[in-house]
Design a protein around this ligand. Structure first.
Ligand SMILES: NC(=O)c1ccc[n+]([C@@H]2O[C@H](COP(=O)([O-])OP(=O)(O)OC[C@H]3O[C@@H](n4cnc5c(N)ncnc54)[C@H](O)[C@@H]3O)[C@@H](O)[C@H]2O)c1
Length: 349
């Protein structure tokens, strides 16, 4: 079993291995004792892994109940939160009990925010079951739900007490969701690790998934340790995301997945940066080859001038400019400050 420690919040371990779901109860008991647990999951994940986690907790002597909500982004809402809070209150959950988030980023973000707010904050454990949640969202303590006014607008920083990644759970993901999550994995290689990029490009990804996840959570964990509240280095994690967010808005959050949008954002900006001499020659083609290997798109037909307008998310950008993440080489990234006019010029290619 691989272990990565993150020194954020009270500090926590990320445990990664094939098949560790059945030992989750014991691993949790070792860290937070045998207090009462609430497992929060979605209906898809419950069908695959709900019974196994409940058995594992009960075998370890942990009393547990379960709340299951419908899968999908629409469940990342205040109405789901209310169901969790009410269930906990009716069933006598106290401040010393804890939540286990079993699922992808939707479950992790929603259950994490429930844990951040129920009785002013209780402990929680992440058991991520998607590529995106294992490589990215389960680490770092960002929790949130959506409101009509926008995605992730209501949330809190609340670090988990433990993260358990069973990479075997990724075997039941659809190929589309597997590819989608790989965009953030490629991003981590681009911004911080030429070695990770090399493994992804030259080795069989599924055969090396434990090693790949270990490297991902190490990168994410180190960035979060240096900048828990996203004031500086954490901005590097936005590589590809400025254009991705604009693309997602352009398509009204339907049709184009987040991972696809990030892939297009990374490729587009790296090609422009290369043409403008802001990075080593040849890296855009290497990036494209890896994105294609992962089943991700490189380009889109949305007009760049419309994406430019959509990129200026709020008036703040007009005054303070844009923070654009550029990789000067594979594994090396920096935040480049641009005025909105410079950004418009940059987008012209
Ligand atoms: N907190 C953060 O730092 C952070 C970072 C990035 C993204 N996010 C959030 O993460 C969310 C997206 O997460 P996601 O991509 O994991 O999507 P998701 O949670 O919706 O999961 C994707 C789909 O796969 C299913 N699923 C999950 N695990 C499975 C498994 N092992 N086998 C079969 N099916 C499975 C789910 O039921 C769902 O239908 C977004 O809401 C995004 O805002 C948060």
């Amino acid at each position: 079993m691989e272990k990565v420690t993150v020194n954020a919040g009270v500090g926590y371990d990320i445990l990664i291995d094939k098949g560790i779901l059945d030992s989750a109860g014991k691993l949790i008991a070792d860290v937070i004792g045998k207090r009462k647990a609430l497992v929060v999951t979605d209906d898809n994940v419950d069908g695959y892994y709900g019974e196994r986690i409940m058995h594992s907790l009960s075998d370890a002597g942990i009393e547990a109940m379960k709340v299951v909500f419908p899968h999908g982004e629409a469940s990342k809402s205040h109405s789901t939160l209310l169901k969790i809070y009410e269930f906990m209150a009716v069933n006598g959950y106290t401040r010393s009990d804890f939540i286990v988030a079993l699922g992808g980023g939707v479950v992790g973000d929603t259950a994490g925010y429930a844990a951040a707010t129920y009785m002013r904050g209780i402990d929680f454990v992440q058991i991520p079951t998607t590529v995106l949640s294992q490589a990215d969202s389960s680490v770092g303590g960002k929790t949130a739900v959506n409101i009509n006014g926008g995605k992730n607008l209501v949330g809190a920083f609340h670090q988990p007490r433990l993260v358990i990644c069973d990479t075997d759970t990724l075997d039941t993901l659809t190929p589309e969701f597997f590819s989608d999550g790989m965009a953030e994995v490629v991003k981590h290689g681009m911004i911080k690790s030429a070695e990770l990029f090399d493994i992804l490009s030259n080795k069989d990804i599924k055969a090396n998934i434990v090693e790949i996840m270990k490297r991902n959570v190490t990168i994410k964990g180190r960035v979060v340790e240096n900048d828990e509240r996203e004031k500086g280095e954490r901005m590097l994690l936005n590589f590809g995301h400025t254009l991705a967010h604009a693309l997602e808005k352009y398509y009204n959050y339907t049709g184009l997945t987040h991972g696809s949008a990030v892939a297009i954002g990374m490729s587009t900006f790296t090609h422009i940066a290369e043409r403008r001499g802001m990075c080593q020659a040849g890296i855009a083609d290497k990036l494209d080859a890896l994105l294609e290997k992962c089943g991700l798109p490189l380009t889109d037909d949305a007009p760049l001038h419309e994406l430019y307008t959509l990129s200026l998310r709020d008036k703040k950008h007009l005054a303070s400019g844009m923070n654009i993440v550029i990789c000067s080489d594979i594994g090396k990234s920096e935040v480049v400050k641009m005025s909105v006019d410079e950004y418009a010029e940059f987008l012209k290619g």
